[in-house]
Design a protein around this ligand. Structure first.
Ligand SMILES: Nc1ncnc2c1ncn2[C@@H]1O[C@H](COP(=O)(O)OP(=O)(O)OP(=O)(O)O)[C@@H](O)[C@H]1O
Length: 244
């Protein structure tokens, strides 16, 4: 579902990632690791079609990302859920309203504003809240939740749009270890239950090793490791985090 072949990516005139060759299949759970400034976020966010392609082939969900047209960009983004470190929730709305807002493309705006949800929508929302274990707080406002709980709401909201891919940009870096593990467990569950491909940038190597099936290591704009998590030896870790 994602094909990167001899791909060079960057911003305006600056090339950030060079000669990237990655293929991603449906249902994978991939962790991107590497030192600060290596290009992890650029690599992750390039999947949403927002990063310039200098060279090579880049296809996501059968859409060619080189010189992508607006219509295809919309089609692409409808199929990708993005979870940020900053949560991007509407604070003054409840957990339930935030999760339902993920389905907005199916709900007319006036009905959404008036919160006139149908039973089917409420059932779906409950299913997504259950899977991220936030149902008991469904009527709380999001600004009353902890960081980990908010991140789980953000995942439920992303799921509500029924994406094929979820991209999580440093989803746990602001969290304490217990909350971080819970968020990683939720991502894994979502990946396993719905078969959604999950790709996440992680600052903590241990989380990548424990939860991801595959690890991509980036250093200085190049992919220096791409294999099953078990193949990541201490020596390879040194290579990924080496200072150039
Ligand atoms: N919008 C942008 N415009 C121009 N250059 C950018 C932009 N965003 C990032 N860069 C540059 O791209 C390089 C890689 O940054 P990126 O954020 O992808 O790295 P990262 O590995 O995710 O780092 P970190 O772990 O610190 O978040 C850096 O040199 C950065 O300055």
């Amino acid at each position: 579902m994602i094909k990167m072949k001899n791909l060079t990516l960057g911003y305006k005139k600056e090339k950030i990632l060079n000669d990237v060759n990655i293929r991603v299949k449906k249902g994978e759970f991939i962790g991107i690791i590497g030192p600060s400034g290596a290009g992890k976020s650029t690599l992750l966010m390039s999947i949403t079609g927002g990063i310039k392609v200098f060279n090579g082939k880049f296809e996501v969900l059968d859409i060619d990302l080189e010189n992508i047209k607006k219509k295809n960009l919309i089609k692409l983004r409808e199929q990708i859920g993005v979870v940020f470190q900053g949560y991007n929730l509407v604070d003054r709305l409840s957990v339930l309203d935030n999760v339902v807002s993920g389905m907005l493309k199916d709900i007319p705006l006036t009905r959404a504003i008036l919160k006139l949800y149908k039973n089917k929508e409420l059932e779906k929302a409950k299913e997504y809240m259950d899977i991220v274990d936030i149902t008991k707080h469904s009527l709380k406002r999001c600004d009353e939740l902890s960081g980990g709980q908010r991140q789980r709401v953000a995942i439920a909201r992303a799921l509500a749009a029924e994406p094929k891919i979820i991209l999580a940009d440093e989803p746990v870096s602001a969290l304490d270890p217990k909350s971080a593990k819970k968020v990683m467990e939720v991502l894994k569950r979502v990946n396993e239950v719905y078969g959604v491909t999950v790709i996440t940038n992680l600052h903590h190597l241990e989380y990548a090793k424990e939860y991801c099936n595959r690890i991509v290591g980036v250093n200085g704009g190049r992919v220096v490791f791409d294999d099953n998590s078990e193949k990541l030896t201490d020596k390879l870790v040194e290579k990924i985090y080496a200072v150039n």
